[in-house]
Ligand binder design. Structure first.
Ligand SMILES: C[S@@+](CC[C@H](N)C(=O)[O-])C[C@H]1O[C@@H](n2cnc3c(N)ncnc32)[C@H](O)[C@@H]1O
Length: 322
């Protein structure tokens, strides 16, 4: 059952995302599908086969259950608990894995008693609350329990992609393409309705054209798939609606502009939250110090890599309480 006793106070942008994902989207199958990630989780949970009875797993900042999905393949009869500040994410996870228990809560304040989990896991999640959130993960770890974390890496491959996405969204905003599109559509509708002038429409179109050229330049310079293709989608929608203006009315266009503006803002918010969450080497050392200060041993500490050039994209950490 999804518990929603606590309204998510943070991660509004993430909640917008998970709401949008419901039914479709790149995360529908549960997080990025990098081989290095599945290999990492297989190695963590594969070792569990010897641990009969050690079966309570907590997935922190679970999203729609990427880590839970990996674990369930190897430990189908374990008990799964999942926490995310986005209520929509927990709803999605609950639909995918009805046997799990989900809570919409901040990872800094989870509704569980100390030492109650044999596995405490997080993939690109816990660090959104700051590296100190590892302290809460350690609180929840049972004796002989395993803490396994995949953490965003400052200046890693994902970080660079997010950084480029933020720059693409800022460049789109600089073109003012949405307000200018809105003005051009309004002038077009007025002209069609007989209440506007050709001169006003031409003036609005004249201001709008450089913004569209600006969008084209962003796609040319940063690639068509930058920012998960948002500039391309914007360009396509605008071109289509402009060519078929008579099929739309002012309300529809206003609601499209508003929806698009919200989507751009939420996307930028998520990307910049990833940049803020990413740990550099010295912050990772603080995490290690925190872990070892509690008598928890580091079993594995390395980086995960992706692509043909094996570019690092995440820190991987596996720790065990004695
Ligand atoms: C990049 S997604 C990763 C989701 C999932 N672990 C995965 O690998 O697909 C980050 C997740 O962290 C959640 N999140 C961000 N800040 C949080 C916080 N303070 N407490 C709980 N969840 C948080 C977001 O809602 C989002 O679902």
């Amino acid at each position: 059952m999804t518990s929603s006793t606590q309204e998510p106070s943070v991660s509004v942008d993430w909640d917008v995302y998970w709401r949008g994902v419901q039914g479709n989207g790149e995360h529908q199958n549960g997080g990025p599908e990098e081989t290095a990630l599945s290999e990492f989780w297989e190695s963590v949970f594969g070792q569990s086969l010897a641990g009969v009875g050690r079966n309570r797993l907590l997935d922190l900042a679970c999203g729609n259950g990427a880590v839970t999905g990996h674990a369930m393949k190897i430990m189908p009869s374990a008990q799964y608990y999942c926490v995310d500040s986005s209520f929509s994410a927990t709803q999605e996870l609950q639909k995918r894995y009805p046997q799990s228990t989900c809570a919409a809560a901040d990872v800094l304040q989870t509704p569980f008693i100390s030492g109650s989990f044999h596995y405490v896991c997080s993939q690109f999640g816990i660090e959104y609350a700051g590296w100190e959130a590892v302290g809460e993960a350690l609180r929840l770890l049972a004796p002989q329990g395993t803490l396994a974390l995949v953490l965003h890496m400052h200046c890693g491959a994902i970080y660079k992609e997010c950084d480029q996405s933020v720059r693409a969204i800022d460049a789109i905003k600089e073109t003012s393409v949405l307000p200018l599109a809105s003005a051009a559509f309004s002038a077009g509708f007025a002209l069609n309705a007989g209440s506007g002038s050709v001169a006003d429409f031409k003036a609005a179109e004249k201001s709008f054209t450089p913004a569209v050229r600006g969008l084209e330049a962003i796609m040319r310079e940063m690639g068509p798939n930058v920012a998960t293709g948002l500039p391309q989608q914007l360009y396509r929608d605008i071109s289509y609606m402009y060519r078929n203006m008579s099929a739309y009315d002012a309300k529809e266009v206003a609601s499209w502009v508003e929806g698009m503006a919200k989507e751009l803002d939420a996307f930028r918010g998520r990307m910049s939250s990833m940049l803020d969450a990413a740990l550099d080497g010295s912050t990772l050392s603080k995490v290690i110090d925190l872990v070892t200060a509690q008598g928890v041993s580091i079993m594995r500490q390395d980086t995960l890599t992706m692509g043909s050039n094996q570019e690092p994209f995440a820190w991987a950490l596996v720790c065990k309480r004695d």
